[in-house]
Design a protein around this ligand. Structure first.
Ligand code: S3P
Length: 182
């Protein structure tokens, strides 16, 4: 390991996955258990613009949102501050974001099956511009198309049959084991 390379336990932890899979809920719990700071990149974007991500989409357009998202994720990933970072579900579609996350951080993909995910749609559709004006079939297509991008990760966690606390505990135990071994 050269002097600039971080050990596993010094790296920021990044959660990726589709909208509504629990990145924020689980990320917050993991951060608390590890005594780390938690950052939701959508909240950071909201703070930067003084408006919600949905409002940024309607006021400035998706490109402006994605540019800011890339800028914020790149900055957070390269900070050596033991963050736990929850990405927006579309962030991993950007090559630059995937690259910086995979190079600098531990990337955990939260996987939820379509069957389980579609039960949550009513809870999130109004606040997610990417889902609005799409039929259920179109959303399903987007869901599967994005799996290809999320599939490049350091660790994949299936969340179908577990509650957020169980998932968070499992992740923390696995991380601690990895930190002891490597
Ligand atoms: C988006 C996901 C959202 C938010 C924005 C775009 C996407 O975040 O960044 O609405 O393209 O998947 P969540 O994954 O936290 O819902």
């Amino acid at each position: 390991m050269n002097s600039h390379e971080l050990s596993l336990r010094e790296k920021n932890i990044v959660f990726t996955g589709f909208m509504g899979v629990g990145k924020t809920t689980i990320g917050k719990r993991v951060a608390k258990k590890l005594y780390r700071s938690f950052i939701d990149t959508d909240d950071a974007i909201e703070e930067a613009f003084g408006m919600t991500p949905a409002e940024v989409f309607t006021t400035y357009g998706e490109k402006t949102f994605r540019d800011k998202e890339r800028e914020i994720v790149t900055r957070l990933c390269t900070e050596q501050k033991l963050h736990v970072i929850s990405l927006g579900g579309g962030a991993f579609m950007q090559d630059e974001i995937r690259k910086v996350c995979l190079e600098k951080c531990i990337v955990i993909y939260l996987d939820l099956s379509w069957e389980h995910w579609k039960d949550r749609i009513g809870l999130i559709i109004d606040s997610r511009p990417v889902l609005k004006d799409r039929s259920l079939d179109e959303i399903e297509e987007l869901f599967y198309k994005r799996q290809e991008y999320y599939s490049v990760n350091h660790s994949k966690m299936e969340t179908d049959e577990q509650d957020p606390e169980e998932v968070a505990s499992y992740i923390v135990d696995s991380l601690k084991l990895a930190w002891e071994l490597y």
